[in-house]
Write a protein that binds this ligand. Structure first.
Ligand SMILES: Nc1nc2c(ncn2[C@@H]2O[C@H](COP(=O)(O)OP(=O)(O)OP(=O)(O)O)[C@@H](O)[C@H]2O)c(=O)[nH]1
Length: 391
């Protein structure tokens, strides 16, 4: 019994001691003092507050932050634009290419004229060489006749002098007196100049519009492009790419849409943007003459609402020779061509097509394409062209 009483007392004592240890600290346990409020972090600092209270976390660097994803181009779009070469510097470079590709004509003529005897047979060979170079029969006969007379009158066979005479006659055959300037200036009454570019698909029409846009941009002109070649969707894409490269907007329509409506929209956009010039690319399929006339006539009429179209440029591929002349004839009946662009002169050993086509249409070659490079379009200059031909 005593043992039981002792155990009970011991249990009671242990319970009291444990309870005391558990209760006392709990009663004493109070919340830790609140950290001081930090001006600038926990509340807006007032006068007299120490704003240099150190922050509670280390300062994060830019690398530690999760930055939002960049939308759009990382650089300003203008930084991506190409700077077209100035036209003035082009001709020398292009001349080299021309003289390389066409050296056969110049070299052939000079070799013939340097022969010991300039007999009938030699003059016939000179004629054949010029005709093979696409100069055309009548212009060739006229040229050779004049040259023969001058060589006889001169009475000399000095190669340099004969070469100088040949140069003069070739330049004369290219009608250097023709006005080859491009009318691309904004009109005083506040409307943009309008340039309509026509030609058979594949002649380099779209490429020429793109290159011409670059020429104009290099001259600080504000340009708007109209992709009225709705026949081939890729043509509009191609033109848009050309424009984008130099910051020129392109107005386009749905594939197979009305080319005249695209031309209208392009002119409207150009007028609203106060552009200097609107360049309009066309499809000009040669499916038949009536269809071509209808299509180009409609496009031209729409563009003429504000005033006459400033330039109608016919693009011809120099490598197609006589075929180019047939195209020239058909197009000139459909629209009043004001200038010719002869492309791919770099791809032909000929060059006489310039003479033939000017004669055919009575309008000047104003521009020549001398390669696939973006700035391989040069103003046509008879003297420089003949120098390149003669090497
Ligand atoms: N070598 C050379 N190639 C050229 C020249 N001009 C254009 N080309 C090339 O000729 C091909 C046809 O050019 P495009 O501009 O597409 O011809 P297009 O007449 O507009 O034809 P569509 O767009 O179908 O109407 C392209 O591969 C051009 O790079 C040039 O002066 N020299």
């Amino acid at each position: 019994m005593l043992t039981v009483i002792l155990v009970a007392v011991a249990v009671l004592v242990v319970a009291v001691v444990l309870g005391a240890t558990l209760v006392v600290p709990r009663r004493r346990r109070t919340l830790p003092p609140a950290p001081p409020q930090r001006p600038g972090l926990d509340y807006a600092p007032g006068v007299g507050d120490d704003v240099t209270v150190p922050r509670d976390t280390p300062t994060r660097t830019l690398e530690d932050h999760d930055l939002p994803p960049v939308e759009g181009p990382a650089e300003a779009p203008t930084a991506l634009l190409e700077r077209p070469e100035p036209v003035a510097g082009r001709l020398t470079r292009l001349r080299e290419r021309l003289s390389r590709s066409q050296s056969t004509l110049g070299r052939g003529l000079l070799a013939l004229l340097s022969r010991d005897t300039l007999d009938e047979e030699t003059w016939e060979e000179v004629e054949d060489t010029l005709i093979r170079a696409d100069v055309g029969v009548t212009p060739t006969q006229e040229l050779v006749e004049r040259l023969r007379t001058r060589v006889r009158v001169l009475g000399t066979r000095d190669p340099e002098q004969v070469k100088a005479l040949l140069r003069e006659e070739l330049v004369a055959a290219l009608a250097p007196e023709l006005d080859r300037s491009l009318h691309t200036s904004r009109h005083p009454e506040g409307r943009p100049a309008v340039v309509l570019v026509v030609g058979v698909n594949g002649t380099g029409k779209t490429t020429t519009v793109g290159k011409l846009a670059r020429v104009l941009v290099s001259e600080d002109r504000d340009v708007v492009l109209g992709a009225a070649d709705t026949f081939r969707a890729a043509a509009a894409d191609q033109l848009t790419t050309w424009g984008d490269r130099v910051g020129v907007p392109t107005v386009r329509g749905p594939e197979g849409g009305d080319p005249a409506s695209v031309a209208f929209d392009a002119l409207k956009a150009g007028t609203e943007a106060e552009a200097d010039v609107v360049l309009v690319d066309t499809a000009g399929r040669l499916q038949n003459k009536v269809g071509l006339m209808d299509e180009l006539g409609k496009v031209k009429r729409v563009l003429e609402r504000g005033g006459p179209v400033d330039e109608v440029l016919l693009v011809l591929d120099a490598t197609t020779g006589q075929n180019g002349l047939i195209q020239a004839r058909v197009f000139s009946e459909a629209v009043d061509v004001t200038g010719i662009v002869l492309t791919k002169l770099d791809g032909t050993a000929k060059g006489g097509i310039v003479v033939a086509v000017q004669r055919e249409l009575g309008v000047p070659v104003k521009l020549v394409g001398l390669g696939e490079g973006a700035d391989d379009l040069a103003p046509f200059e008879p003297g420089a062209f003949v120098d390149a031909l003669l090497g």
